[in-house]
Design a protein. Structure first.
Length: 505
């Protein structure tokens, strides 16, 4: 799951040899991704386990597992796909609440440049926006399809082609966004709602009147970000939220200089608690928040929205802070290049409540920096599967054992078989249903067929014995395709996945 948790069964043998009893004890390993940057800001390679010292809740812990992953190195053999942990997940989060439209457009162009210079075999991107009335909204889940990602970055919206996971884009969209222009002239930046615009961009008198509503807006943002980290905890890989924003009025949280110059608001306890809860969610999920100040160079010290807010968001999640950069395209590309090497440490969890993590690195040049996961959360199991995880399973062919799903296909029909005898014992009384999602991808990886169906189990449906078969008519041009299906028992984490290849003559 999110922090790459491994479960190991350890057999303990009693001292009394006559009693041949074995007890299985489950030990959870918590992974700690660590980035080490040299004085020049570039990744330091070649470190070994002996260079690292790990402390958990201020006590030194043995490193039970160590690995160095270099995303710039191509595997010697491509026969086997990379493990999920050896991939980078970047969520490009565009803050439409605290960002002026022209600067947001610069951020979109910078993100497009970065995507064009990334490695499709290791780097997956998702695109989302933040607004005051809708919170975090995904335009696309984590994809390797560069054209679909570029479309999402350029429009900051879901494709006109509706499908369950927002994977598909129309042929016209693919043609438009596959042209790869030097400058994204088609960018459509989002607008603020009228109340937000008055609050955020109003005059000094308006800011005085709106201090408390502004504080509530910041609290909502922090709470939404915390929920986002919780959603990302379900995914495997080296996870980063790349926040592109001008930042919010941090004095409303930590009580520094009053932004309107008259009153001293002081520390707001409730807002500060929300901030700490957000930090804890990121640490528990093993997610880094990298913040990019899209305002560029600050020529005056008293800017309306001090990027101090972005700095402490990044610092307290182990992420990087990019600021005072007019060339955003190269700045964000340099950031991802510097994160090409990650050292993964792991320790045995001894505290079910979670705690703090500290990493020290020896034998590196003076002036080097270290970023790492700064904490872990309480041991818990999710009762439901997030749509982001479902999309990840389907896109990346992640095997599942909850249901033995079967798929068959001909050039004219797709059939999904659900095992009733496996489903009925796992049904939840409040939601006795199975959700099935079907996709067909062409040779380029584009989704050309998408659909979903929910089957509710009443008493008669439960009593039947034969398998459930869902059929979908196909009308595809000649070519090679991959059909995929995923089924989930509502209210549970029980999932089935199946795929098959077919050729239409």
């Amino acid at each position: 799951m999110g922090a790459l948790i491994r479960w190991l069964a350890i057999a303990l043998v009693p001292l009394a040899a006559a009693a041949q009893v074995h007890e299985n004890v489950t030990v959870e390993l918590i992974e700690v991704p660590v980035y080490v940057f040299g004085p020049d800001g570039q990744a330091i390679r070649g470190l070994t386990k002996e260079n690292f010292e790990l402390r958990v809740n201020r006590r030194q812990q043995p490193i039970e597992y160590f690995d160095a992953i270099d995303f710039a190195v191509t595997p010697e053999t491509k026969a086997e796909p990379r493990p999920q942990r050896e991939r980078r997940l970047y969520l490009l989060l565009f803050d439409q609440l605290y960002s002026a439209p022209p600067r947001l457009a610069r951020a979109q162009r910078a993100a497009d440049f970065m995507i064009g210079h990334s490695n499709p075999s290791t780097d997956l991107f998702a695109v989302a926006t933040y607004t005051s009335n809708k919170g975090v909204q995904f335009a696309t889940p984590f994809l390797s399809d560069r054209v679909a990602i570029r479309r999402a970055v350029g429009t900051l919206s879901v494709s006109s082609t509706r499908d369950p996971f927002a994977l598909a884009i129309s042929p016209a969209e693919r043609m438009t966004w596959d042209e790869k222009p030097d400058d994204l002239g088609l960018i459509k930046t989002g607008k603020y709602d009228s109340e937000t615009e008055e609050t955020i961009r109003g005059g000094m008198a308006n800011q005085e009147m709106q201090v408390q509503p502004s504080r509530y807006a910041i609290e909502d943002l922090l709470a939404n970000f915390g929920d986002l980290a919780k959603r990302l905890s379900q995914l495997e890989g080296q996870k980063h939220v790349l926040l592109l924003s001008e930042g919010f009025q941090s004095p409303l949280i930590h009580g520094g200089d009053d932004p309107v110059g008259k009153n001293k608001p002081g520390l707001d306890a409730r807002s500060f608690r929300t901030l700490n809860e957000m930090f804890n969610e990121f640490r528990a999920a093993g997610v880094f928040l990298d913040a990019v100040d899209i305002a560029g160079m600050h020529h005056t010290p008293n800017t309306p929205y001090d990027n101090d807010s972005l700095q402490f968001l990044a610092h307290n999640t182990g992420g990087e802070f990019v600021h005072n950069q007019n060339d955003l395209a190269n700045a964000v590309t340099d950031l991802t290049n510097a994160q090409q090497v990650v050292y993964v440490l792991a320790f045995n969890r001894h505290d079910a409540r979670g705690g703090s993590i500290d990493v020290r690195v020896h034998g590196i040049p003076r002036g080097s920096r270290v970023s790492f996961r700064q904490g872990f959360g309480a041991a818990e199991r999710n009762k439901e599967v997030d749509p982001l995880q479902l999309a990840d399973i389907l896109i990346n062919d992640v095997p599942q054992s909850g249901l033995n799903l079967r798929i068959s296909a001909s050039p004219t029909e797709l059939a999904i078989e659900l095992p009733r005898e496996e489903i009925v014992p796992q049904l939840v009384e409040k939601t006795p249903a199975v959700e099935t999602i079907i996709y067909v991808f062409d040779a380029k990886g584009s989704a050309v067929v998408a659909g979903e169906k929910t089957i509710t189990f009443d008493a008669a449906e439960r009593a039947r014995k034969e398998p459930i078969v869902i059929r979908r008519r196909l009308d595809l041009p000649s070519g090679h395709y991959v059909a995929k299906a995923i089924a989930r028992i509502a209210g549970t984490t029980s999932i089935g996945f199946a795929r098959m290849e077919l050729t239409v003559p």
